[in-house]
Every structure is written in C-alpha cells, then in structure tokens.
Design a protein. Sequence first.
Length: 516
Amino acid sequence: MTTPITTTSTNELNLDEAGLQRLAALVAMDLRAGDAVALNGDLGAGKTTFARAAIRAALADEEAEVPSPTFILVQIYETPRGTITHCDLYRIDGEDGAAELGLEEALARGALLIEWPERAPSFFGDDRLDITLMETDGGARRRVTLQGRGAWAKRADRLAAIWTFIGQSGWGEASIGAIPGDASARRYLRLQKNGIRALVMDAPRMPDGPPIRDGKPYSRIAHLAEDVRPFVAIARHLRERGLSAPEILASDLDAGLLLTEDLGDCVFGMEVGGGADQLALWRMGVDALVELHRAPAVARLAVGDGTFHDVPTFDLAAMQIEVELLVDWYLPAINGAPTDAPTRDGFLVAWQPVFDRLLLQPPALLLRDYHSPNLLWLRDRSGAAMTGIIDFQDAMIGPAAYDLVSLLQDARLDVAPEIETELLGHYCREAARTQPGFDEAQFRWAYAALGAERNTKILGIFTRLARRDGKPRYLAHIPRIWRYLERDLAHPGLSSLKAWYDLHVPAGIRSRAIEA
C-alpha cells in the first residue's frame, strides 16, 4: 500500500524509484498551461528522475529520450497534454539569468518543471507546486514532500486524495496514465498492473452555481448530477439489466473517486474514423436501447452503501431551461446583442405545446448522453452487451426517444439520413415486438420533438463552451447540429415551432460564424 501524501511540508512519503515514477506520472496528468513545479533537493536526490518520469508519462512513451538539461539549461517537449518545459537553473545567475531563458513565455504556453528553483527564488512566485526530494536508505529510497502554494493548494490536496485512494484500492503498484475526458469537469486516469487495467474517475462534488430561477442554479433545474452517487446507482442498474456499464471496483463516494472496470478504447466515433461500419455499430447501440426499454423504468436505485438515488424526471422546468440556452447564448452570439423579451417570450410560447405533449409520453430511463463519444464496441461480448456505456450519471425518467435521437443525430459526427431512417425504423419494429402498447406514430413525433429540443440545447451549449469556457473547437459542430434540427422541424407535427425558427433564425443567420 502506498503512503499518503499531503500538501504540507510536515508530511512526507518514502518511495522507491518505481514509486517516485508513479508519483511523477500522477503529477504529470494534472499539468496545464501556466503551471510551475519546483523540484528541490541536493545533487542525486532524484529531481531529474522525477522530471523524466513526468515527461514520459505526458508523452505516453516510457522509452522516450529525456536528457538532463544540466548543460543545455532548457528542454522543450510537445506532448498530447500540452507543452512541458524542463529547465535546470543550477548554472544560471539569479533572476536575470532565469529571465534570459524565456521562462515567462514558456509558462504562458505550457507547464514548467524546474530543477534548482532556489537559484531564482522569486521568479516563479507563490503559485506553484513544491516537491522536495531527499535520499534515504543509502540512496535506495526517497523522502518526498509536496507543498501546494496558491492555486496549487487545493490541486495538491486532490492529488493526495487520488494517490491515497489508488493505494487503498489495491492498485498502488499500478502504472498511471490519462485518457481523454469530455466537456465536463470529470477526468480519468488509466491504471495498469500485471496486464490488467482499471480506470480512476476523478469527479469531485461540484458546488452549485448561482441561483438563476426560483432560487435554484442551472444544474439543479436541469437535473445534472452533482456527485458520483448517481453514476454508481445507474451503473449497477444497467449491469443488472445485462447491459455493459463499467463495474465499480472501489469507491470513495464522499471524495468523488471511483475505481471502475476499463471497457477499453474502441469508442464508436474512433472506430468509424478507422473504417468500421457505422451502420453496424449504430445498430448495436440501438439494440442496447431496445433491451433497456423492454422493462418499465425504475425511479429509485440502490447506490450500494445503504442509500438510494432517486432518478429525476425530465420535467417542464428542465425542458425549458435546456432550450433557453439558444436564446441565452446562441442568438446573442450571432446577433451581437442580448435576446429581447418579446423574442424570448415568443420562443417559449412556441415550445409550450411541444412540452405539454412530451410530458404525456410513456416514461423510460433515458441516459441523456447516449452518443458516439460515450459508447464502446466490446468485441468479446454478445447481443446488447456488445455496446459499452460509460456516461449516464445525468439520467432521467422521460420519453424513450431521447436517447435514440442522441445516437442517430450525433452531435460530434455525421449520421447520414439513410442510416437514421433505417435505424429509427429498426427501433420501432423491435419496440413493437417487445413493448406492449407501443405507438409508432407517437414515438416518431416524440423523436422529432426531442431532436429539436436536444439540438436547440446543443446550439446553446456549444456556443457557451466557446465563449464562456474558452473551448472554440465545439463551434465546428454547429453546422451539423443545424442539419439535424432542420430534419426534426420538418415533421408535420412541429410546423408551429418551425415557423418561429424560420422567422427568428432564417437560413442566412444560421450560416453566420460565431466568434469564440
């Protein structure tokens, strides 16, 4: 079992070289532009060993050549996790010498790993992670002290919690790497030992944002999960239904840390990009939904610690707050001004009869983010279990068509109209066979209405991600979202809603570029 680490200088850990390298990998997974990591210790204490291990982890290449910068002073690495500059200040002359190395520019574009930071003690300020290394046991081990300063204090505490959790879960000897996250605050670490892999989900409880309506923040109105308990409960439920959600191997629910089964890397979107048959993959995803919808939805699910998660309902307030993202973010971005009150009011009036009818649809468990980034092809399984499902903590009780439209109108890659048509028909045929009383005409209307609702929401979310959160890459998907939304609004049962969009967001406006 690994020794816990803390962010104070009075707490230490004692590591062999392999443990030091694992710790370096964990730190590397947290690095971002503007980070300074100061490596302190005498000659031979292990500063270069630590930096080398961190850089190799960021490069995802255990054999990468990472020379000591003792003589060249600065070495720059372009990694999948961003730029890392490794510098050795032993040979420089104070603050002026550090400035001449261009370290301010390096800090602006990436992270800094600094050996001998005491040569320029004030250059890096107090917003940094200090790591102090000292030889013990005749050089066989290192006493390591971590201290987070400034913004690093909470981050170092989180690293400490993750390190301790991994050790207590029996994976303290595992190698540590990263896998891509998503648009949320969650992140994932991949552990590997003895040829077996597992994932750490790092999802600390998110504080509520400011109240925006009826004293509630957006997350509460839209029923977004605020901790990991919904994920655990829904994963248990899906597995009991024979579907392939990750098994929960260990958990610290209060800390927001889970150790889960690793379902692999065969993500639907990546598989299609590599030449896989999209129709066949998406049919697998549809078949998993058919299986999920065979039985009535269950609104109270066991978490496993004696508590329960009550799955929220996709109610009127949630529907309204989601579509309002269009008038709150998208319309102001393309019009260059906030949406006026008459336009907003007319928008909600146009949506109200659609909401009223959606609320009468038969209830099902909808997973909410059922699309290509969150679905995996599990080749060693069969039937509905061939689709791995990894994102469902925001699940609600609502119309079954929601997840089908998420899959067949994928926001991040094109689904051709003929594939959508074929698989919508496939679902309807299977639902008619497995769900008593299935009404295909009602379902197809709900599919179009929920497609319009979801794509309207996504237009707003992707605009918000670009303009508020500094993630402009999402803007590239907006033309695709419009193509889907136009398909949905073409349904005869949505003609009044279509009229609002045609009036307020005509084709010329839809094609306008949005500045991040």
